[in-house]
Design a protein around this ligand. Structure first.
Ligand SMILES: O=P(O)(O)OC[C@H]1O[C@H](OP(=O)(O)OP(=O)(O)O)[C@H](O)[C@@H]1O
Ligand SMILES: Nc1nc2[nH]cnc2c(=O)[nH]1
Length: 184
């Protein structure tokens, strides 16, 4: 099967775990929670590329207080369904010394990605580093016991997901709804 046919088939056979409307409602709740905590903090928001693009694009316009936005690029899955060593493609460039930093990503799975980013931001002098993810995957393989995000939209089951920033072989990041690959 060629790649395009495979990509179309994966979506046709996928299980929709959360509809567009459910994700949208979760983002509303997240935005309210983030606002409550950070409305006076003048945070520096870091979007984690590539997966955090949709999360940030949907969450940030819901935040009606002053903030700055930048990006970093760190990846450890590539086209695979299991993560490897974290590859920093672009490190943060803004001065975060003394700042409250909010990291925005699509998913907290094992948490190695966010753990490394949090550590890096603290080393760079951030006063406080908070994290926001659209989904937290429920399982007992977190990077360390108690690893969690500060703001979570939805809890999802332990399957390989795509949509809302998460890719299947580079495709289908461009949905709001969240899907699980058939059989994975
Ligand atoms: O909690 P973890 O097990 O570390 O996994 C979470 C990370 O995995 C995905 O990124 P990925 O490495 O697939 O890169 P991408 O964002 O470019 O797709 C996702 O966007 C998170 O950043
Ligand atoms: N696309 C995708 N990327 C991930 N990164 C960590 N977990 C996942 C997942 O379930 N799907």
């Amino acid at each position: 099967m060629n790649m395009k046919d495979e990509i179309v088939k994966v979506m046709a056979e996928a299980d929709c775990l959360h509809s567009d409307a459910e994700v949208s409602a979760a983002l509303d709740r997240m935005a309210a929670d983030v606002t409550e905590v950070l409305k006076h903090a003048n945070p520096l928001v870091y979007v984690v590329l590539n997966g955090g693009i949709i999360a940030a694009g949907q969450l940030l316009p819901r935040l009606r207080f002053p903030l700055e936005v930048s990006y970093l690029h760190a990846t450890r899955y590539g086209d695979k369904t299991q993560g490897g060593r974290l590859n920093w493609k672009v490190k943060p460039t803004e001065d975060m010394h003394g700042r409250t930093v909010l990291i925005v990503d699509d998913i907290l799975d094992e948490g190695n990605t966010l753990a490394a980013i949090i550590e890096y931001c603290r080393e760079q002098g951030a006063t406080e580093v908070l994290t926001a993810v659209v989904v937290n995957k429920s399982h007992d393989r977190k990077a360390f016991p108690g690893m969690h995000a500060d703001f979570v939209g939805l809890e999802v089951e332990d399957r390989f997901l795509f949509g809302c920033g998460m890719d299947y072989k580079g495709f289908w990041r461009n949905t709001l709804g969240i899907y699980a690959v058939k059989g994975l």
